[in-house]
Design a protein around this ligand. Structure first.
Ligand SMILES: [Zn+2]
Length: 254
């Protein structure tokens, strides 16, 4: 079984001490390809230096730090063939680390950048429905993935109508706040489903024993695959094949 983790924050400080072992465990669990999430130009540079596939963008949390140098920096990074998407970008009205007008301004700027460069988008939305979908609709967005989808049925249908791919994380394994996702899995067209761990965050809650310091890592992706396969009534093997094919096609990874 070969899997692609489409969203892992492997430049996070919690991986500094043992990244080679983390990658070995990922390999041993069939996770041979990882797309490291870029949340700022600095993180993308780090990911490239480590040899990863990655994305180039500014997370909505960082919108307040954007300036005249942001877009040129992202445009320059996007020239690297290992930068396979623009993002992570979007709206986060849950934490509100940046004011909403700043978030919207830089979200739109990155949507336009992706269109200019012909790159797919890696999108983040938290508690930002329906504004998030409204902006995408107005800009007629191209190929894009709503990463770490945790929303409602209505939100999912709005995203599917927009033609988005849907990224599913271990949130679905959380019986307290992810149970609503289980019946929604069947609604996602097979060719638009992608899997991700969002490491080191979102450790699947039903993983026993829980990893040390509850740090999530790409080796846990098969656990998420099995949960999604169960919810869809499919075999994990068939779903692995489909989601891997989707990820390679989406990001243009050989
Ligand atoms: Zn995110």
């Amino acid at each position: 079984m070969q899997l692609v983790d489409i969203g892992a924050n492997l430049t996070h400080a919690s991986f500094e001490a043992d990244l080679p072992q983390v990658l070995e465990r990922a390999q041993a669990h069939g996770v041979g390809t990882i797309v490291v999430t870029g949340t700022s130009p600095a993180e993308t540079r780090k990911a490239l230096a480590l040899g990863f596939w990655t994305t180039a963008g500014m997370h909505p949390h960082n919108a307040k730090d954007c300036d005249a140098g942001t877009l040129p920096a992202l445009r320059e990074l996007a020239r690297d063939p290992k930068v396979v998407a623009i993002g992570e970008c979007g709206l986060d009205f849950n934490r509100n680390y940046s004011p909403h007008p700043d978030q919207e301004k830089w979200f739109v700027a990155q949507l336009e950048l992706a269109a200019e460069l012909g790159k797919p988008l890696f999108l983040h939305s938290r508690d930002a429905h329906p504004r998030f979908a409204e902006i995408l609709r107005n800009l007629k967005v191209g190929k894009a993935v709503a990463h770490c989808f945790t929303g409602t049925a209505e939100e999912l249908r709005a995203y599917l109508d927009l033609g988005l791919h849907i990224g599913i994380t271990g949130w679905i394994c959380d019986e307290r706040r992810g149970a609503h996702l289980v019946p929604l899995m069947k609604e996602i067209p097979r060719d638009r489903l992608l899997l991700e761990t969002d490491s080191p965050y979102l450790t699947p809650r039903d993983l026993h024993p829980q990893p040390r310091a509850r740090r999530n890592e790409p080796a846990h992706l098969p656990h998420i695959l099995r949960a999604v396969a169960r919810a869809r009534g499919e075999s994990p093997e068939a779903l692995a094949e489909a989601t891997t094919r989707n990820a390679r096609a989406f990001f243009g990874i050989p």
